[in-house]
Structure formats: structure tokens, C-alpha cells
Design a protein around this ligand. Structure first.
Ligand SMILES: Cc1cc2nc3c(=O)[nH]c(=O)nc-3n(C[C@H](O)[C@H](O)[C@H](O)COP(=O)(O)O)c2cc1C
Length: 358
């Protein structure tokens, strides 16, 4: 039956969308697909799954919406690559805030970039290993920022050293704040090796690479107050740097020994004109757009959301790194991985049956 065939095709598009990145690989989305009156039309609805919001790291649901935005962009790209034209209505019904997008699909020409786009979706991965010291050319960062900005966000490349220095201090500050939050650390720990369908395999989190999960993998300091292994010099010295320079916390150089960012890394800030659900959804679409393009260019991308999750550093980022007119939603670092490196284990995804509403 045509409608059954169409439904199967639309479900396959949802499968592609679910390859999108999501915070802690929570995959906080649900979908409803419906075949249209003819086999050339159909609708896909994207819903937030609030049960998958991270209560400690993401109490307002920002990262959840960013993740769903990335999945929405993946859906659009996958649809175009399979010969569907998509018309998207974002947050179409304010009385149903979990309904994030309604996508009407009509059969059309296959996008000329189909093969490249599908390869990018298949190859994209969060690779947290240290990048090589090859710098990312400014022109390439500017190009990726433009690609992201076409999605209704404002993506800002950080090209000057002063702002880079400021952001490094804010990263350190955010890490210190979150390291002291046992609820948050427990939540991070929970999502490593969470299940065969979601969460992050421990092998995808290289130890000591400066990723947020370094802290989650360290022993819990509350278990034994005599255990000082957790009190790494980074935390102590970054605190000191920040505390002594409260008038201008950026005057002091911190001795960051496990920095998430090397100076040769490229960096972009995804920001938006306002800070509502629609902005956060669009920021996620921008993230996906620039990430897929970076993947095609063989550039590695790692989102860094801690500095956004901590209100104090998010505000400082807004006013002291950006010019105060836009709202930062996510920082991403970019760089080149060594060519000869082994491939990382892929993060799993939930079964389609678990994410499709009937
Ligand atoms: C909104 C958002 C925030 C994220 N924040 C971080 C982060 O702070 N640190 C990190 O290492 N990865 C971060 N990630 C990457 C996710 O952990 C990753 O996408 C997820 O585990 C799925 O793995 P994959 O990207 O390899 O498919 C973030 C992803 C999203 C969408």
C-alpha cells in the first residue's frame, strides 16, 4: 500500500535524524510520522522528550532543545538527499510546547549534494582526542560560521587572542564550579556506559584529554575526604586566578594543566538574538549545519557546553567575549585529528520503535 511504503520511507528519514549529536547522547526526542493523501507527501513531527532532560546539568532544557535542533537539521538534510522538499514549522502550537517542529514533506528532486551529505551524517562523530597542532585557518572558521549563521543563529569565530584567553579562563571557572557539584558529577557518571542504546561508551572518552568527562571519571572525593587525587592543581590555581582578579578576572594567567582547549584549536560560539526555545532549537540546527560541513572538510568538532551551563560564566561569555547583544548557546572547538589514528567506537542510538510515537 502506498501509504505504508511512504510511512516506512519517512521512518527511515527519522533514523537518519537520530544520528544527530545530543548532550550526553541522551537522544531527547520523539517523532510522529504520517503518510499524506498521496504517496508523494507526508509529515514528520518532532517532539521533545522531557523525561530525557538532564536535571542537574540542564535544568532549563537548553541542551535538550539544542540536541533536538541538531536532529531537526539532520532530518532536513536527510530528506533533501532522498528527494523530499521539507517545509518546517517550528514550535507550531504554543499550547503544546513539546511539539518542536512539524515538517511537511513533498517529493522533489534529489539534492545535488546528496552523496556528500549522507556521508557526512554517517561519518560525523564527537572525537575528544587531542587535535594535532595544525591551526585551523581563519578563513575556514569564518566559512563554517557563515554556514551555521544561515540557520537563524549567529555563529561567531573567535579569531583574536584576547578573547581566546578570556574564554579559556571562563572554561576553567566553569569546570571548577561543576566539579564541586556532586549531583552533576553523578549525572555525568551515569551517562557513561548508560546502556546499549544511549549514553557514551567509556572508550569514546579519552582519559586526560581535557574533556568534561575527565572529572566524572575521577574518584568521587566525597567517598574519602582524605583522597586528594581529585584536587588537581588546575582547579586550585584556576580558582585562585579568578578570585584574586575579581575586578578583572582575565588579568591573571591560570596554570591550566588539563585544559579542554589548545591554542591551535579553532573555536566558534553559536549564539542567538534571544534566548527562548525557538532560538535554542535554531542554535541546534546551526550546530548540525556547521558540523556536517566540517566533517566533509575532515575537521573534527567537539561541543563544549559547560561554560554555558554555569550561569555566571554564560553571562561573562555574553558580555566579555561577545558584545552583549546576543545570547551564547554553545561553544565548539575545531581541529584536525591525526590521519593515522584509529576510529573511535560509535555512540549507540535508540531503536526506531522507541522514538516513534504511534
Ligand atoms: C547540546 C550539546 C552539548 C554537548 N556538550 C558536550 C560537552 O560539553 N562535552 C563533550 O565532550 N561533548 C559534548 N557534546 C557531544 C555529545 O556528548 C555527543 O554528541 C553524544 O555523546 C553523541 O555522540 P556523537 O556526537 O559521537 O554521535 C554535546 C552535544 C550537544 C548536542
Amino acid at each position: 500500500m502506498p501509504s505504508h511504503a511512504t510511512r516506512t520511507e519517512l521512518a527511515a528519514l527519522v533514523g537518519l535524524a537520530c544520528r544527530a549529536p545530543s548532550v550526553h547522547n541522551t537522544q531527547p526526542w520523539l517523532w510522529r510520522v504520517e503518510a499524506g493523501a498521496t504517496r508523494d507527501t507526508g509529515t514528520v513531527e518532532l517532539y521533545a522528550d522531557p523525561a530525557r532532560r538532564l536535571p542537574a546539568a540542564d535544568p532549563t532544557g537548553r541542551n535538550l532543545l539544542l540536541s533536538c535542533g541538531a536532529a531537526l537539521h539532520h532530518l532536513r538534510v536527510g530528506a533533501a538527499a532522498h528527494g523530499w522538499r521539507a517545509e518546517v514549522e517550528r514550535i507550531p502550537d504554543p499550547s503544546r510546547p513539546d511539539l518542536l517542529a512539524s515538517v511537511s514533506l513533498v517529493r522533489d528532486e534529489v539534492a545535488p549534494s546528496a552523496a556528500r551529505d549522507l556521508s557526512a551524517i554517517a561519518a560525523r562523530v564527537t572525537d575528544r582526542r587531542r587535535f594535532t597542532s595544525w591551526p585551523v585557518p581563519d578563513a575556514r572558521l569564518e566559512h563554517l560560521a557563515q554556514i551555521g549563521s544561515l540557520e537563524g543563529a549567529e555563529v561567531v569565530p573567535l579569531l583574536d587572542l584576547t578573547r581566546r584567553h578570556r574564554i579559556d579562563l571562563l572554561f576553567a571557572r566553569a569546570r571548577v564550579q561543576q566539579a564541586g557539584d556532586l549531583r552533576l558529577r553523578e549525572e555525568q557518571r551515569l551517562w557513561i556506559h548508560h546502556s546499549l542504546r544511549d549514553g557514551i561508551p567509556a572508550a569514546a572518552v579519552p582519559a586526560g584529554a581535557g574533556s568534561r568527562f575527565d572529572d566524572a571519571l575521577l574518584p568521587d572525593p566525597s567517598a574519602d575526604p582524605a583522597d586528594t587525587s581529585y584536587d588537581v592543581s588546575c582547579n586550585a590555581s584556576c580558582n585562585a586566578a579568578y578570585d584574586t582578579g575579581l575586578d578583572d578576572p582575565f588579568l591573571t594567567e591560570p596554570a591550566v594543566d588539563r585544559s579542554a582547549v589548545a591554542t591551535s584549536d579553532g573555536m566558534l560560539i553559536v549564539s542567538t538574538p534571544d534566548d527562548g526555545p525557538l532560538d535554542q532549537l535554531r542554535a541546534g540546527e546551526a550546530l548540525s549545519a556547521l558540523w556536517l560541513r566540517a566533517t566533509t572538510d575532515r575537521l573534527s568538532v567537539v561541543p563544549l557546553s559547560q561554560v554555558i551551563e554555569v550561569e555566571e560564566t554564560r553571562e561573562a561569555l555574553r558580555h566579555q567575549v561577545l558584545d552583549g547583544t546576543t545570547h551564547p548557546q554553545l561553544v565548539v572547538r575545531l581541529g584536525w585529528q591525526e590521519i593515522a589514528r584509529s576510529t573511535l567506537p560509535r555512540t549507540p542510538r535508540r531503536d526506531l520503535d522507541d522514538v516513534l510515537l504511534h
